[in-house]
Write a protein that binds this ligand. Structure first.
Ligand code: GLU
Length: 388
């Protein structure tokens, strides 16, 4: 069978593939320490599941509005106004099947052949592939570990051409955990406004911050950048709702209408009763986030100190999300070989940095329990010691 060229242009998502492989090995009874999945190990908070169950009992099982339940869109817009200082209302919001779907929809709605999308590397694995699937060209800008893996305004400016349409901005960042400061974001916003680009702010990790780091929504800085900003977010990471597949995108009404048109021919509405769980997540106490964050904070500390104890291996301190992005170049192995051998010999799964555009690194996730972290890090140290 001759498949469309677009299939050959992309690679499968390694974050999903490797995490699934670790799950399978575990199911077979193999003692695997999975440090690969970007998925909180906590259950979804009970008040959220209860709300979805109630909606099921109430018969909220029919087709819904493509754009999402009005009550949920209102709650999202309210949250964006109060927390993110973004002046959205329900008509500026579409509910999607997860943050990934938000971004995919956005690319389809915006990107045309020859359009360029600037992506700082290390980047989340799916960004370049989505741009390619939409027929656009990804322009990768490599950032440095010494600068905390943050793109500078100069680097951004240098990557802009007459074809540049969009800049993908992810803070807190997956995979590096970088969190941009207000000043840094201000300097980037200036370039975007000056060059009249669009920016999509992927803020899926906005609640996962450490050591006093603060999240600033780029669109909140002033009216000029607000008009050029598209917000992408979801419930997976903050509320441990990965399998629910609920995300959202917010932006100009014209854009949201365009995305709604596309979604009306692809997935239609997001699972109706699941949206009621999302409403409960936004409208109830936010203590569940604090509790999970406390656990992540401790795990991060432990993992960082374990990395510090391994000679010649390092990572910049992450201030957000739940990953460490570790430079393993001293081992002499490229990231894929490193991860494959680590899994084979020590039964530890990690994601090769090449998936994020940085072949000298691996990504470790601390969204898992302490026993797995302790055991996994001991094995990782043994493995690295055997190489160096
Ligand atoms: N975003 C998570 C990760 O990076 C989940 C997997 C995925 O969708 O990429 O591990």
């Amino acid at each position: 069978m001759k498949l469309a060229a677009r299939v050959h242009q992309i690679t499968p998502s390694q974050t999903l593939e490797i995490s699934a492989q670790a799950k399978e090995m575990k199911a077979e009874g193999i003692d695997v320490c999975s440090l690969s999945a970007g998925e909180p190990d906590f259950g979804t908070p009970a008040h959220i599941t209860a709300a979805a169950q109630r909606a099921l009992d109430e018969g909220k099982t029919k087709y819904g509005a493509v754009q999402g339940e009005l009550e949920l869109r209102e709650a999202i817009a309210r949250r964006a106004r109060t927390k993110n200082h973004l002046d959205y209302s329900a008509e500026n919001v579409i509910v999607t099947n997860g943050g990934k779907h938000s971004l995919f929809n956005l690319m389809l709605a915006l990107i045309e052949p020859r359009d360029e999308v600037i992506i700082p590397a290390p980047y989340w694995v799916s960004y370049p592939e989505m741009v390619k699937l939409a027929g656009g060209k990804e322009v990768i800008v490599k950032t440095e570990a010494a600068r905390g893996y943050k793109i500078t305004p100069e680097q951004l400016r240098a990557a802009i051409t007459p074809h540049t349409k969009l800049f993908i901005f992810n803070s807190p960042s997956n995979p590096t955990g970088a969190v941009y400061t207000l000043d840094e974001i201000g300097a980037i916003a200036e370039v975007i406004v000056e060059k009249d680009l669009l920016v999509v702010a992927d803020e899926i990790y906005e609640n996962l911050l450490y050591d006093g780091a603060e999240h600033v929504s780029i669109g909140s800085l002033n009216q000029e950048i607000f008009q050029r900003t598209i917000l992408s977010n979801g419930f997976a990471k903050s509320y441990s709702m990965t399998g629910w597949r609920i995300g959202y995108i917010a932006g100009a009404v014209e854009l949201i209408k365009g995305i709604t048109k596309i979604q009306s021919h692809s997935t239609s509405n997001v699972c109706t009763f699941a949206q009621y769980g999302a409403i409960a997540a936004l409208e109830s106490s936010q203590d569940c986030i604090k509790e999970m964050l406390q656990a992540f904070c401790y795990r991060r500390q432990v993992m960082l100190s374990r990395i510090d104890a391994i000679p010649k291996v390092s990572c910049p301190k992450p201030y957000g999300a739940f990953y460490l992005f570790v430079d393993i170049s001293a081992t002499g192995l490229k990231s894929q070989e490193f991860c494959q051998t680590l899994l084979k010999e020590q039964k530890v799964s990690a994601i090769p940095g090449i998936a994020f555009g940085a072949d000298e690194c691996i990504r470790l996730s601390y969204a898992t329990d302490m026993t797995t972290i302790e055991k996994g890090m001991t094995r990782l140290k043994q493995f690295i010691n055997s190489l160096i």
